[in-house]
Design a protein around this ligand. Structure first.
Ligand code: SF4
Length: 459
């Protein structure tokens, strides 16, 4: 892995009733590229046939010729950007997944992570099912195909009633687009519209690129069906009682783009408030400048600056063109992976008392390299501020994290981490401080900080 920062599971985008459906989906996936960079794909529905094109790499690499999109004809489409959390990074695991079943052709694209797929898959394999991939999505598609209900709506609802965990998922049939969200609404999913065309997306930034306006969120536990009769809403039947939503708080801390609205709020506004709260909890008296680790911590650093009155500056520059497959030189350079990605602005940092804001620390190894890099610019002092609480437990709902043992804050005190990172001071935002800036604090998952998992794990 290139670094040890957190990675989102996936981005999904769908279009109903637009002659440019595949082009708009391509644009939507471009806007959602930050949610997954390993593989991507688009499925289109055209006159009773669903076709899929997918490949490994970024959207611009997979759809590198106009002709590929031209061949994906049809007024309805779904697309998917993948970062693997369940299953390995191979073409077989790229999405959308297309099946041909009793109800016809259905393509599926999933963002999230299910917690009971091992048990479901084992049962189906024991029954004789054959799997082509190791993804959760294929398990859901099998459940749809095996449903004894009649009609696609009922078959999908029946399948979703049997899965547990996090899912925001799109399905495309020959004449309808579906979007469904797990009962806790862990991952976002929004409904948009432009003229007579409907859209579904992980984030609103993709609507902006497609020229669509946001209509509303797909509600936790809701499935919407979009077809010639408009939008129909269904409640997903669940066997467990779900009292409150558990939105992923990391969508605001790190994953979603600042220009997006998710969970009813603009990400930029919430992220700035996290930075403001951090400045209140852990001020740095006498600091000269505050810098963010680009890009995700820039907004929180701006919030820190606004609250503290310490000038915001650009002290680190990020190279956006370094792919995950970058070939490292064989020389013995322990910090090369960070130096290829970041560089310092030496005139900004030299001799200054610097506050560095980042959004999270996972293993701590990348943070240590970033600190070493910043020190080459000779600041007088370095004070590290983190706009989330210490991560002590892994995520099982679609975020790629190491095991508990590898999370630096699960085994070490804040003072030990400060010592390891060799900074003058270290301050994490408190759980209370983080929740105080969330739209409805009780409606957020905090399991990676507390171990209090909203959906218990199945084995
Ligand atoms: S455990 Fe953490 S990363 Fe995972 S869904 Fe909950 S808040 Fe988000």
């Amino acid at each position: 892995m290139f670094d040890d920062s957190l990675h989102e599971a996936c981005g999904i985008f769908g279009v109903y009733n637009n002659p440019q459906a595949s082009h708009l989906t391509y644009l939507g996936l471009y806007a959602l590229q930050h949610r997954g960079q390993e593989s991507c794909g688009i499925a289109v529905s055209n006159e009773g046939t669903v076709n899929v094109y997918k490949g490994m790499g970024l959207v611009g690499q997979v759809f590198k010729r106009q002709q590929i999109l031209e061949n994906l004809k049809g007024p309805h489409a779904i697309g998917h950007n993948r970062y693997s959390t369940s299953g390995t990074s191979t073409l077989e695991n790229a999405q959308p997944v297309l099946i041909n079943c009793r109800a016809g052709q259905i393509a599926g694209a999933h963002n999230g992570n299910l917690i009971n797929t091992n048990a479901l898959r084992k049962r189906m394999v024991d029954d004789g099912s054959i799997f082509m991939s190791t993804t959760d999505t294929e398990v859901i598609m099998h459940l749809i195909a095996r449903s004894k209900r009649d009609g696609v709506d009922s078959m999908i609802l029946d399948a979703l009633s049997g899965v547990m965990g996090a899912y925001s998922i799109l399905f495309l049939t020959e004449n309808a687009l579906y979007g469904a969200r797990d009962p806790r609404g862990i991952r976002p999913l929004l409904l948009g519209k432009q003229g007579d065309s409907w859209f579904l997306s992980s984030e609103t930034c993709a609507f902006d690129l497609a020229g669509a306006e946001t209509i509303r969120e797909v509600q936790p536990g809701e499935m919407v069906k979009i077809d010639a009769s408009g939008v129909t809403s269904f409640t997903i039947p669940v066997f467990e009682s779900v009292v409150r939503p558990s939105h992923c708080v990391f969508e605001f801390i790190y994953f979603s783009r600042p220009d997006s609205f998710v969970f009813g709020k603009n990400v930029d506004r919430v992220r700035r408030k996290l930075g403001r709260k951090l400045a209140q909890e852990h001020p740095v008296p006498g600091a000269d400048i505050v810098i963010g680790v680009p890009d995700s911590a820039t907004t929180a650093a701006l919030g820190f600056s606004e609250e503290s009155g310490v000038e915001f500056d650009i002290g680190l520059i990020r190279n956006h063109y370094v792919g995950r497959t970058f070939i490292h030189p064989t020389q013995d350079d322990r910090d090369f992976s960070v130096r290829i990605k970041f560089n310092t602005v030496k005139g900004v940092l030299k001799g200054k008392k610097v506050v560095v804001v980042d959004d999270s620390i996972v293993r701590g190894t990348t943070m240590k390299k970033i600190i070493r890099l910043i020190k080459t610019a000779e600041p007088a002092e370095l004070h590290l501020r983190i706009s989330s609480p210490p991560i002590t437990c892994p995520c099982f709902y679609g975020i790629d994290m190491p095991t508990k043992n590898d999370l630096v804050a699960s085994k070490h005190s804040i003072e030990e981490i400060r010592n390891y990172l060799e900074v003058d001071s270290l301050g994490y935002l408190s759980i209370e401080g983080m929740l105080s800036v969330m739209p409805i604090p009780e409606d957020f998952c905090t399991a990676c900080f507390t171990g209090d998992y909203p959906v218990q794990l199945c084995h």
